[in-house]
Ligand binder design. Structure first.
Ligand SMILES: [Zn+2]
Length: 310
């Protein structure tokens, strides 16, 4: 078992220090105070939904619940958006949508600090920052319910229900970015593993980077996002567009959007391939490396700003 995850000194700007404390507070709220949140802990699942909705409202946004039922229980995806204001030649067509998503349920038996309190905290922090911006694209933030088993990669998965509704409405989503378990880093040798030995030869063995993963169909979006991230970010990154059958590639809400024909990528610390507390009761807020987690989120803010200009 690796030692306590103390980060190497990284320089944070004063804005990033503010961001880090927001991320820390929201992970603590979701995983420390609310705790395990899923259909077996339905009141807590709803407490998390209320917290997310309230966070969007306090950011000055107007959240909407996109709900469906599973065996008589209402389940809620929660969305809030910055309506796009297209400029120039694009002004006559409806704005394209950049969708930033994170699942807010936790797996059975886990408080889900990294998986996926980290993704939700990041999504909320980005929503606060974009609430005051004017964008050409509609930037939509969505918290998804029921990503974890038994709904994982099935028809009742929150993001699958949601993506199908987007498709039925004809939403023009130019890119979906799934924030999935993004808060754990390690400088220990061999702290990074891979789903196949071949990938282990190509990619680093030290888990000190953030990963960007997509299917082959979404490789253009993936390359664009990685290039923009590297232009701005102060943390190493690796990108891989791989066939979706490679274990891990489809393991989050981007899968649902792929199924509906949309390009999508996942941002991840690689979860089971690095994080010793993956899907366990010990996935608690103290395990995260908040400095490096912050650099991922501040980098993603720049990525979304730049994607909006393309
Ligand atoms: Zn997850």
């Amino acid at each position: 078992m690796p030692g306590k995850n103390v980060s190497k000194a990284v320089p944070l700007s004063s804005d990033e220090v503010t961001l880090r404390e927001e991320l820390r507070a929201d992970v603590q709220r979701l995983a420390g105070e609310i705790g395990e949140r899923n259909v077996w802990h339905y009141a807590k699942l709803n407490a998390a939904a209320d917290f997310i909705e309230d966070s969007f409202s306090r950011a000055g946004l107007h959240p909407r619940r996109d709900s469906y039922e599973i065996r008589g229980q209402a389940c809620h995806n929660i969305e809030a958006e910055i309506p796009g204001q297209p400029q120039g030649a694009a002004v006559s067509s409806p704005p394209q949508i950049i969708l930033i998503g994170a699942h807010y349920d936790s797996v059975f038996g886990s408080p889900g600090a990294n998986d996926n309190g980290s993704g939700v905290a990041a999504m909320l922090a980005l929503a606060r920052r974009f609430a005051g911006k004017t964008t050409q694209h509609t930037v939509r933030f969505v918290a998804f319910v029921n990503e974890e088993p038994p709904y994982f990669l099935g028809g009742d998965m929150g993001s699958f229900v949601y993506a199908n509704r987007c498709k039925a409405r004809g939403d023009k989503i130019s890119g979906m970015i799934s924030l999935e378990t993004i808060g754990y880093f390690s400088d220990a040798p061999h702290s990074q593993t891979y789903p196949s030995p071949g990938l282990g030869l190509l990619y680093p063995r030290v888990g000190n980077f953030i990963g960007f993963v997509s299917n082959v169909h979404s490789r253009t979006l993936l390359r664009r996002v990685v290039a923009l991230f590297r232009r701005h970010a102060k943390i190493p990154s690796e990108g891989a567009a791989l066939p979706s059958f490679v274990p891990g590639v489809s393991w989050s809400d981007q899968w649902s959007f792929w199924r509906c024909g949309y390009p999508g990528i996942m941002v991840t610390d690689t979860a089971p391939f690095r994080y010793p507390h993956y899907h366990s009761a010990s996935d608690t807020p103290d395990k995260l490396d908040y400095d490096r987690f912050t650099l991922v989120v501040s980098g993603m803010e720049k990525v979304i700003e730049d994607l909006d200009k393309l």
